[in-house]
Design a binder for this molecule. Structure first.
Ligand SMILES: *[C@@H]1O[C@H](CO)[C@@H](O)[C@H](O)[C@H]1NC(C)=O
Ligand SMILES: *[C@@H]1O[C@H](CO)[C@@H](O)[C@H](O)[C@H]1NC(C)=O
Ligand SMILES: *[C@@H]1O[C@H](CO)[C@@H](O)[C@H](O)[C@H]1NC(C)=O
Ligand SMILES: *[C@@H]1O[C@H](CO)[C@@H](O)[C@H](O)[C@H]1NC(C)=O
Ligand SMILES: *[C@@H]1O[C@H](CO)[C@@H](O)[C@H](O)[C@H]1NC(C)=O
Ligand SMILES: *[C@@H]1O[C@H](CO)[C@@H](O)[C@H](O)[C@H]1NC(C)=O
Ligand SMILES: *[C@@H]1O[C@H](CO)[C@@H](O)[C@H](O)[C@H]1NC(C)=O
Ligand SMILES: *[C@@H]1O[C@H](CO)[C@@H](O)[C@H](O)[C@H]1NC(C)=O
Ligand SMILES: [Cu+2]
Length: 214
């Protein structure tokens, strides 16, 4: 069954020419199909049906493998608890991630927040959101069941493409982009990053959210 899952996921991936796909856990369905669109929140308009498969995920968090097709993107991963169209209000990426390079990004274990302990057999869905420079977002979802029987992907099934990198958008990084607007900030760059962190992140977030509103 595991092999079948991988095979069908690889088949989906080979059809994909743009946007992104979730390679593991198994994606809810083909978000390139007619009627689907990755631009549609929360799960690309891919409906849950009787054919929807659930992947068993460890109680402490499991593997997540993505096939990314854009030169770079911001990346968010959320969790929704429940079986049918859950609300994605638990974040699994506490840091603001910027992924560069197209190819496979595999995280061998995406941890769960300490405030949440799943029960054995509990259903949930994972939502992966990528946000481009213009602020437009793409969505894909995968349905899981937390299980004490589940394991993370073994090493050879979870590797990164060599050109795929993740950086955390922090105060230091953000200062670089904010610096252009002020020579004072430019001079302080790298030295007072602690002081500037909150403000700089707000600048970057403001940019992202402002463009979402356009
Ligand atoms: C999901 O259901 C909606 C509403 O019935 C429909 O418009 C849409 O085409 C369906 N999505 C897919 C991928 O078939
Ligand atoms: C669920 O898995 C089965 C068996 O591998 C496969 O035939 C089916 O297409 C999958 N369903 C979806 C929605 O991908
Ligand atoms: C998440 O959403 C569900 C369903 O709306 C709700 O019951 C739950 O309290 C929410 N959890 C948080 C942490 O907001
Ligand atoms: C994210 O990465 C891209 C490509 O490496 C870069 O152009 C962009 O400035 C980065 N964004 C931030 C906020 O660091
Ligand atoms: C875990 O495996 C046991 C023994 O095979 C089985 O009885 C149980 O239903 C499994 N649990 C889940 C959540 O699949
Ligand atoms: C989990 O979802 C499956 C359908 O995918 C359903 O048959 C099962 O009853 C659900 N389990 C729980 C604990 O809700
Ligand atoms: C893949 O790269 C990401 C980002 O650098 C990293 O978090 C992850 O651990 C890497 N995966 C593996 C299997 O090394
Ligand atoms: C930096 O500021 C100058 C002058 O305001 C502007 O022309 C330029 O486009 C800015 N560059 C970036 C990368 O924002
Ligand atoms: Cu695209």
């Amino acid at each position: 069954m595991f092999t079948k899952t991988i095979a069908s996921v690889l088949m989906l991936a080979s059809l994909a020419t743009a946007h992104f796909t979730i390679e593991y856990p198994e994606m809810r369905g083909d978000s390139f199909a007619t009627g689907a669109s990755q631009y549609i929140y929360p799960c690309a308009n891919v409906n849950q049906t009787e054919a929807t498969n659930r992947t068993l995920w460890p109680l402490t968090g499991g593997s997540l493998s993505l096939d990314l097709h854009h030169p770079w993107t911001y990346l968010f991963v959320n969790l929704g608890l429940g079986t049918v169209y859950p609300t994605f209000n638990i974040t699994l990426t506490n840091q603001f991630l910027n992924e560069t390079g197209n190819g496979i990004l595999c995280m061998s274990q995406v941890g769960l927040p300490s405030s949440f302990t799943p029960s054995d057999g509990q259903n949930a869905s994972i939502q992966v959101v990528t946000v481009g420079a213009s602020g437009s977002a793409l969505y894909n979802c995968a349905d899981i069941t937390f299980s004490s029987n589940a394991t993370t992907l073994s090493g050879d099934k979870c590797t990164n493409s060599s050109n795929v990198k993740i950086s955390v958008v922090d105060g230091t990084t953000a200062t670089t982009s904010a610096a252009n607007s002020s020579s004072t900030h430019s001079a302080a760059s790298g030295k007072s990053s602690e002081l500037m962190t909150a403000a700089s992140i707000a600048v970057v977030l403001g940019g992202v959210f402002a463009s979402l509103l356009i």
